[in-house]
Ligand binder design. Structure first.
Ligand code: GDP
Ligand code: IMO
Ligand code: MG
Length: 430
């Protein structure tokens, strides 16, 4: 038995979906523990692209069990659609293959509206959220006015909770945000069929974990977003509303922290960010444009162009610390082929001082100037490389420099979007 957590080490979209799909081959159960359908995890299997927003990225392995933990916020509309699409494609053949925690909170239409109206109100100061109602749903959870799956699947409790909560949310929408209030009957009748559709999947996931542990199953935890988007450890307030770090795998699933063995961080070979907020190594020139086009850097959830820049080792070092990373996976190495020179950020200059930590305020992080090391690039295409020894010397040097600077071993290197395009250095479950 060994359990592994996978987390993003940058601002999301590091390729977590692809890596989770790959490592599901070594696992029995795959668990999402935070976030919601703000996530967009892309899997390319047998030349077919699947983008998952809520169902864990293990779903394309026919016999593996997928779990949506209590720490996830679930939009029932999106989830039911995703389940239907997967079923049509021959996956998730029965509800025992997808378990959803009875304690997960439900995203309802007023969460989406509040998210969107607030962003509109903020104008240039907006966070650049995905507009999926993620923040407002987590707020309701903490404010103790959320609706959980256990309430949602009982028509009686669902109605009672809506009767309690909606009038206050409607006053907020109308009087503070200038929006149109919701009619309880409309939400109730629309969501009743969704609640029925989800009923067979809902249960006590923490009890399932006990069984899996007893049977020595391997559990893989799939983080969403990235460490710099974590509500505590990220570039606050330009963050998401959940804890994205590995520690939350326990909290957001119901499996105690003593049961977690390895934490694998996923890092892109360069950096991207979607939405607003500071990004020290951002390239606003033709190089940034080049990385966006070559890397296909457009959001898997919203289609927005991603901001691109050089790899920032200060950001990844911070992720190593707050996640307790035991190893790293480097993705999208193939995108860097053909560049004469490649830069790595190894520190920041702030007000005449050199620092190796992320400053605590966004104001300072916006002012820092990255300090770069420059390395020679390589010409060779990497997309067919499957072994370390086949990598060009200069690509090896780039990888080794990252490993040495961060003082962390690599589990694997990804060289293309599909499942096979992978150089595996180590089985993370061993
Ligand atoms: P996630 O949110 O971390 O799962 O990442 P996304 O799916 O949002 O974005 C990663 C994008 O890069 C997707 O389009 C993947 O298909 C693609 N991708 C993943 N790994 C690689 C890789 O090694 N090389 C290339 N070229 N593309 C990759
Ligand atoms: P995956 O799992 C990249 C960003 C949004 C915005 C901020 C807050 O695919 O890596 P939210 O809707 O969560 O309130 O938006 O967080 N964001 C992501 N960026 N990848 C993601 O997920 C993201 N999920 C949220 O763009 O800046
Ligand atoms: Mg994504």
């Amino acid at each position: 038995m060994s359990n592994v957590v996978i987390v993003g080490t940058q601002w999301g979209d590091e390729g977590k979906g692809k890596i989770v799909d790959y490592f599901t081959g070594y696992a029995d159960v795959v668990v999402r523990f935070q976030g919601g359908n703000n996530a967009g995890h892309t899997l390319v299997v047998n030349n077919k692209t699947t983008i998952l927003h809520l169902v864990p990225s293990g779903a394309l392995h026919p016999k593996k069990v997928c779990v949506i933990g209590n720490g996830v916020v679930v939009d029932p509309k999106v989830l039911v659609e995703e389940i239907q699409t997967l079923k049509k494609a021959g996956y998730l053949k029965n509800p025992s293959l997808l378990r959803i925690s009875h304690l997960a909170h439900v995203i309802l239409p007023y969460h989406r509206l509040i998210d969107q109206l607030r962003e509109k109100d903020k104008g240039d100061g907006k966070i650049g959220t995905t507009g999926r109602g993620i923040g407002p749903c987590y707020e309701d959870k903490v404010a103790r006015r959320g609706i959980r799956m256990a309430d949602f699947i009982s028509s009686k409790l669902f109605r009672e909770r809506l009767e309690e909560i909606l009038p206050e949310r409607n006053r907020y929408i109308e009087q503070v945000l200038g929006g149109t209030p919701f009619k309880l009957e409309e939400i109730f009748s629309e969501y009743l069929s969704l609640s029925k559709a989800l009923r067979p999947y809902i249960g006590s996931v923490e009890e399932n974990f006990q069984q899996w542990e007893k049977n020595k199953k391997h559990i893989l935890f799939e983080g969403a977003q990235g460490t710099s988007l974590d509500v505590d450890h990220g570039t606050y307030p330009f963050v998401t509303s959940s804890n994205t770090v590995a520690g939350y795998a326990s909290c957001g699933s119901g499996l105690g922290p003593t049961q977690i063995d390895q934490v694998v961080g996923i890092s892109k070979a360069y950096t991207t960010r979607v939405g607003s907020g500071p990004f020290p190594t951002e390239l606003k020139d033709s190089m940034g444009e080049y990385l966006r086009e070559k890397g296909g850097e457009y959001g898997a959830t919203t289609g927005r162009p991603r901001r691109c820049g050089w790899i920032d080792l200060v950001v990844i070092r911070h992720a190593k610390i707050v996640n307790g990373l035991t190893s790293l996976v480097l993705t999208k190495m193939d995108v860097l082929s053909g560049l004469k020179k490649i830069k790595l950020c190894t520190g920041y200059r702030l007000g005449g001082k050199v620092i190796k930590q992320i400053p605590s305020t966004v104001e300072d992080l916006t002012k820092v100037k990255p300090i770069y090391e420059e390395m020679n690039g390589w010409e060779e295409d990497l997309t067919q490389v499957t072994r370390w020894k086949q990598l060009p010397v200069r690509a090896k040097k780039y990888v080794e420099r990252i490993q040495d600077w961060l003082e962390i071993p690599l589990t694997s290197i990804s060289v293309g979007p599909s499942r096979q395009q992978h150089i595996v250095l180590k089985n993370p479950f061993k």
